[in-house]
Write a protein that binds this ligand. Sequence first.
Ligand code: NAD
Length: 373
Amino acid sequence: MKSAKVRVAVNGYGVIGKRVADAVSAQDDMELVGVADVVPDYRIRVAVERGYPVYASLPERSGELQAAGVPVAGTLQDLLAQVDVVVDCAPKRVAAANQAAYQAAGVKPIWQGGEKHELAGYSFVAQVNYEGALNRDSARVVSCNTTALSRISHALHGRGLARRVRAVLMRRATDPWESHRNGMINTATPETKVPSHQGPDAQTVIPGLDITTLAGAGPYNLSHLHFAMIETTRPVDVEELRAILLETPRVALVRAADGLEALNSVMELMRDLRRPRGDMWEVAVWEDALASDGREVYLTFQVHNEAIVIPENVDCIRALSGTEPDAARSIAKTDASLGITRHFLPSSRPPRVTPGQGTPAGSKGAEEPTAPR
Ligand SMILES: NC(=O)c1ccc[n+]([C@@H]2O[C@H](COP(=O)([O-])OP(=O)(O)OC[C@H]3O[C@@H](n4cnc5c(N)ncnc54)[C@H](O)[C@@H]3O)[C@@H](O)[C@H]2O)c1
């Protein structure tokens, strides 16, 4: 491993960008050189409070930022001259316009899921295809939903156990910070395009995966809810499924029997655990909803859209810069720095529920087997 720190810029300091900036700052092998944006509201002023040098993504917006009291260290071009990798977190479709600037500066861009696969030609989920991104000139960290589907699908597909995946996604209507602008109320919107884009997108990460997704959105902003039905190549019972999930990075089991009955209670747990911004980087799979009929396995899981791609961006920086050739080591390093876990409440794990049957709160389940933590 090279000793020099990877120098990183974040362009676009919104929902994803601000979290990526904080996560990069937490790495001992990376240096956050600066962040860039165009809007001088409270969000970029938090970057100033954190001591991050702020740059103007567009030169013509520099005056506006300065007029609002934001100390502007220079333009995006000035920032790019100092870095190895830029994590572009500008709004979807806006970001792609930055490609020429990154090429001219000789800086490797990491795009987000709002951009098309073709922009980088490589769609990234660390535990699936880290090695293929090593020393590449660019990569795209896929969307929150695709990241979750890839983690879960790969857990079975990577073991030769997934014949086909069918998933239904109930997406959040909007993000918390802009809920007053875009929130929906007292309705739900089914997408009429089948498959929804997340299935084909997962195939850019896991070629050959037979997956179809249907999606819709509901009037909440806390995260997404997925239901997956995975036809297996041989019978996989709930015990085996559970053991596989416990071995899968960035997947954690939660239990309705512990009071974690819904999206809000899982997010409340994240706040109680004093996680930054209440973030959940893991896919939370309901242990008491796991089921198998010998032909298919059934999973219900929660995806915190604001947070799940953050560790992926950190690993992608290591992959593109070539500073860590081993996926497992990068994942372990990122996970340790952020506090990513397989068990949210490891010190008081109650006896295991019998999956698929649901266990009322307070009742006793079977003994907990030894499992990786
Ligand atoms: N919000 C999510 O749940 C989520 C999850 C996963 C991936 N993504 C993807 O991440 C990307 C960013 O999404 P977001 O939700 O963080 O958006 P956001 O709107 O919260 O943040 C975008 C930021 O970019 C800034 N910006 C606008 N124009 C810019 C420009 N020309 N140059 C630089 N910055 C500019 C905005 O001021 C804002 O601060 C998108 O591709 C999105 O699809 C979003």
